[in-house]
Design a protein around this ligand. Sequence first.
Ligand code: PLZ
Length: 447
Amino acid sequence: MTAPTIDATVPQERRLVSEVPGPASRSLMARKLAAVAAGVGTTLPVFATRAGGGIVVDVDGNHLIDLGSGIAVTTVGASAPRVVGAVQEQAAAFTHTCFMVTPYEGYVAVAEALNRLTPGDHEKRTALFNSGAEAVENAVKIARAHTGRQAVVVFDHAYHGRTNLTMAMTAKNMPYKHGFGPFASEVYRAPLSYPYRDGDTDGVVAALRAIDVIEKQVGAANLAAVVIEPIQGEGGFIEPAAGFLPALASWCRDNGVVFVADEVQTGFARTGDMFACNREGVVPDLIVTAKGIAGGLPLSAVTGRADVMDAAHVGGLGGTYGGNPLACAAALAAIETIEAENLVARAREIEAVVLDRLRRIEARDARIGDVRGRGAMLAVELVHAGTDVPDPELAKAVAAAAHRQGVIVLTCGTHGNVLRFLPPLSISDELLHDAFDVLAATFEVTR
Ligand code: PLZ
């Protein structure tokens, strides 16, 4: 395949010129602590000054390999050239008019692109918002308007955001919900398919377990929507057993329940398909997207069946910035990049490289309980050797050691014991191998 386009001004190599964090980052961190609310945490105490392709440059001049993509956002690479050019051009033309006041073509073009790219060839409509959480909230509003029902079903380990409704939908208390209640009502939680922990390799069995809970504890006649991440993100990169999603979607169809796929983290080539639902041919009624949609600018969307989307009354959906012109220009450029550079195929190549490296580490290390994921959304679940007891301390220690060596790696999971890998799809194999050399060595020294 042709070499991915990357910003040539940021050399694509790891380079450490100070300890990490260096003195400039440390002094900025002191200012941050004095000026920024304590609730806004940071994973690495390192301040960025530039980024390009798979490299983040910090204020001390260290070049760090990015295995996080700003939490699955810069899928086309940091400062992808098409995105930068499109945003510069749009900023010079106009920055904002508000689509609800005087509309502009970019918004419509993004809606057309999403209607074309998302699963299913039925007639679709799209509405644009700013954040993943805001789009999830709007998907629920639309499902309620369409069905005239109120209840929403979500799953164990789910993550859907930090706003009031989405806090209720998110499973994990600390840090997302603790002390922030009361939460929205009419949100119910069903059991997930989690093959490593429930042992069920038959997704249909797991789906029947969830459906039984839904029927007994909620009742289909009260249920507006089932909302699910096709591969759970923050909850631990949990891929349900094959058959789980199709069985749930078909139960929803039979019962007039809106099936909503939250593809905020899995969307836009990340999993080696344009959308994770494609792998099993699942066609959601509504699909929620954000993150990778716009190469780093804040944009999110709800796309779905025209009859469901159009159920909300005129004027019922919106917001000042939803589908801001800069974000729309960025999205069109990001989508063009994904298609022109065939990043879906590149995600599958990254999967092959990274899974091989992870399995080699796993073969030598009993603390790796599970290796899983798809495309460039891969993870290892860490446990105490010889058990399945989660080991969040090890995840923290490995991540911190990797950070000191110039590799940005994130953790996740309800128990915080999952190391996750979300490289930009423009990353080179050389950078990936260098990063996994560091990680392999880190696993050795933490033993
Ligand atoms: N749905 C599936 O992954 C965001 C959260 C980071 P927003 N995940 C990263 C943090 O700690 O806040 C996410 C997601 C899924 C919804 C969201 C919410 O997207 O753009 O952060 O609102």
